[in-house]
Design a protein around this ligand. Structure first.
Ligand code: SME
Length: 160
């Protein structure tokens, strides 16, 4: 079986709608969280422009531990409350950061990163992990990206 997603949408809402339906197809009937996170990170990497990292940190006993990703090797463990990912984990709020260098405690895994968005993945009020995207562009992620990625997180929380 081959998966060939060539998503070329005219605008961001359409792009994210296509991304969401491709993801729904990929995770359908598959309960394995690692497999679903691996395919999700590959799909996002292939679909969204101007990324230098996309992937997951999983909530393993109250600590964030690196999961499937695309990009350069990254920090493995992040305590809750630390950096952009740890802040998303401890607050359960999306963190959208236009300039990571201005974010107190930002953890620089790849010096190419200038902006970042982290979406908590929550089911029944419990944090399963976070989805993290980094970009070399300043202010790469806007409210439409946030809405689209929150939808991605919801699809995954239901599949994990
Ligand atoms: N910048 C993140 C760390 C993870 S890497 O970007 C992959 C942070 O501050 O939490």
């Amino acid at each position: 079986m081959t998966y060939d997603f060539r998503i070329e949408a005219a605008d961001k809402p359409t792009l994210y709608r296509d991304l969401a339906s491709a993801l729904e197809g990929l995770v359908a009937g598959e309960p394995d969280a690692i497999a679903n996170m691996a395919n999700a990170s590959a799909l996002i990497w292939e679909t969204l422009p101007d990324l230098n990292w996309v992937g997951f940190y999983r909530n393993v006993g109250g600590e964030l531990v690196l999961g499937p990703f695309q990009g350069r090797p990254a920090c493995i463990r992040i305590p809750f409350g630390e950096g952009v990912c740890g802040t998303a984990a401890s607050t359960l709020q999306v963190q959208r950061v236009d300039d990571v260098h201005a974010f107190p405690g930002h953890i620089a895994c790849d010096s190419a990163s200038n902006s970042e968005i982290v979406v908590p993945i929550v089911r029944d009020g419990k944090l399963l992990g976070v989805l993290d995207l980094d970009s070399p562009k300043h202010a790469r992620f806007d409210a439409e990206d946030e809405a689209g990625l929150v939808r991605v997180g919801k699809i995954l929380s239901e599949a994990m």
